[in-house]
Design a protein around this ligand. Structure first.
Ligand code: 13P
Length: 251
């Protein structure tokens, strides 16, 4: 069985002093539920401080993730951060292709795939996000869109089965309080697993596929009990330590 993974995406929040108590609280919660892999993704500016909380005296095995990166290793890319720099800050994972990156910052399938390749080459575990917009869902294009997004980086993930993670985050469910039903999400997750199987059976059986979009303490259990939902990528609810702990507990 795949180890459940609960990841908190702090987005552009808790980037300063708040990061330390929040990371420390997550470290404590993770120790209570050691069968669950727990990950936090603070803003870049809080990575080092969060690493200090997670891996210093507290010595937790919480994974530290960044929320984005540039695909090149170094160079004249003002304002950008490379995989190597993230690793030096203490990160071992990186969220890539989040819908906010795709929608607000113009990231294409092709760019996301390049980033996935660079992350894996640098031994940074990618959590790659996919998901349809409301318009696409209403047009009955959910599976088509998600398939296109997954196919773009499938070859990269297949290089190292189990290293990368996929997050299915329907755009209409992000930050809206409108969560996908466990059955609807399961359908998409099963479809993604089928795509992984087209690359290799091993890839399909070991890859964790997380659900994201308005996951809260009170809806987590129903989603996480689905056979192809291996965890959650949590936005808003990951900023509240007690609520995030309950989601870890539900896994
Ligand atoms: P919310 O949990 O706030 O809906 O955000 C989900 C998300 O985008 C996580 O990456």
């Amino acid at each position: 069985a795949r180890r459940p993974l609960i990841a908190g995406n702090w987005k552009m929040n808790a980037g300063g002093q708040e990061a330390m108590p929040l990371a420390a609280a997550v470290a404590r919660a993770a120790k209570e539920f050691s069968k669950v892999e727990v990950v936090v993704a603070p803003p870049y500016t809080a990575l080092a401080a969060a690493a200090h909380e997670l891996f210093g005296e507290n010595k937790s095995d919480v994974g530290l993730a960044a929320q984005n990166m540039h695909p090149e290793t170094s160079g004249a890319f003002t304002g950008e951060i490379s995989a190597g720099m993230l690793k030096e800050s203490g990160a071992s994972l990186v969220i890539l292709g989040h819908s906010e990156r795709r929608q607000l910052f113009g990231e294409t399938d092709e760019l996301v795939a390049r980033k996935v390749g660079s992350a894996i080459a640098a031994e940074l575990r990618p959590i790659v996000c996919v998901g349809e917009t409301l318009e696409e869902r209403e047009a009955g294009k959910t599976l088509e869109v998600v398939e296109r997004q997954v196919r773009a980086f499938l070859d990269e993930l297949a290089k190292q089965p189990g290293f990368g993670v996929i997050a299915y985050e329907p755009v209409w469910a992000i930050g809206t309080g409108r969560v996908a039903s466990p059955e609807d999400a399961q359908k998409v997750h099963a479809n993604i697993r089928g795509l992984l199987a087209s690359a290799s059976i091993e890839l399909a059986s070991v890859t964790r596929i997380l659900y994201g979009g308005s996951v809260k303490a009170d809806n987590a259990e129903g989603l996480l009990s689905q056979p192809d939902i291996d965890g959650a990528l949590v936005g808003g609810a990951s900023l509240d330590a007690a609520g995030f702990r309950k989601i870890i507990e539900a896994a």
